[in-house]
Design a protein around this ligand. Structure first.
Ligand code: ADP
Ligand code: MG
Length: 246
């Protein structure tokens, strides 16, 4: 579903991502871990072209790009790739003046030009899926952090993306409500959703990941199954990172 080959990203002259190769199969869950500042968010944002990679090859589903330094990407190509993905951010990005159902149906109305009645029905089905059927008409400020994140997930699902990208979806939440968001993500995995998740929840990572990627200073230092990476890391930097978490 996703293929990256030799992706590099510089901010100014500073290399932030270096020679990233990545493969995500359909239905697979890949979890990216690594210290703060290692480039995890930048990597996710390169996947949906919120950031343009400086160079390298990127393919999602059947759309691909080969970039050389200095190339610019046509907006039409950006949209093609971006529509394959849905993104859930660390802090929810809901529109504060719209209810939950309006937030979820927004993309269907503006991007897909669906009739409001239809879009609303689809949005209500998605809210039900994330356990929020009864909150459809609530505004974001009337919802808990966990509920807001679940609305964010429903919204990311609305345009039926091939891949969901999560950037630390629970790190702004109180510990007691982290579980409700992780449960929804677990359900999506069961349904066969392809997901790339950045998280600091290592127990969750171990449970949900088919493949773990450890990123440090913009480099994939180590990758493998959760058992390999968590129980038998081969690289010193991975060991140090995991030890610090204990
Ligand atoms: P992580 O998500 O792993 O904490 P980020 O991808 O946010 O790391 O950041 C990686 C590095 O890139 C950091 O050093 C950060 O300061 C830098 N960086 C991120 N975004 C920008 C930007 N828009 N402009 C310049 N530097 C950036
Ligand atoms: Mg980040």
């Amino acid at each position: 579903m996703i293929r990256l080959k030799d992706i590099n990203k510089n901010f100014g002259n500073v290399p932030i991502l270096k020679h990233i190769d990545l493969r995500v199969n359909k239905g697979e869950t890949v979890v990216i871990i690594g210290p703060s500042g290692s480039g995890k968010s930048t990597l996710l944002r390169c996947l949906n072209l919120l950031e343009q990679p400086t160079s390298g090859y990127l393919r999602i589903a059947d759309d691909s790009l080969q970039l050389k330094e200095g190339d610019s990407i046509k907006q039409a190509d950006v949209m093609k790739i971006r529509l394959h993905t849905g993104m859930v951010f660390q802090a929810h990005h809901l529109f504060p003046h719209m209810t939950a159902v309006q937030n979820v149906m927004e993309g269907l109305v503006t991007v897909r030009r669906q009739a409001k009645v239809e879009a609303r029905a689809a949005a209500l089905r998605l809210l039900k899926k994330v356990g929020l059927a009864d909150k459809a008409d609530s505004y974001p400020f009337q919802l808990s952090g966990g509920q807001q994140q679940r609305v964010g997930i429903a919204r990311a699902l609305a345009l039926e993306p091939n891949v969901l990208l999560f950037d630390e979806p629970t790190s702004a939440l109180d510990p007691e409500i982290v579980g409700e968001v992780l449960n929804v993500m677990g359900d999506l995995k069961q349904e066969g959703m392809t997901m790339v998740i950045v998280t600091h929840e290592m127990q969750f990572a171990r449970l949900i990941a088919d493949h773990i990627i450890f990123l440090d200073q913009g480099v994939v230092v180590e990758e493998g199954s959760p058992d390999q990476v968590f129980d038998a890391p081969t690289q010193k930097r991975t060991k140090q990172f995991l030890q610090r978490l204990d």
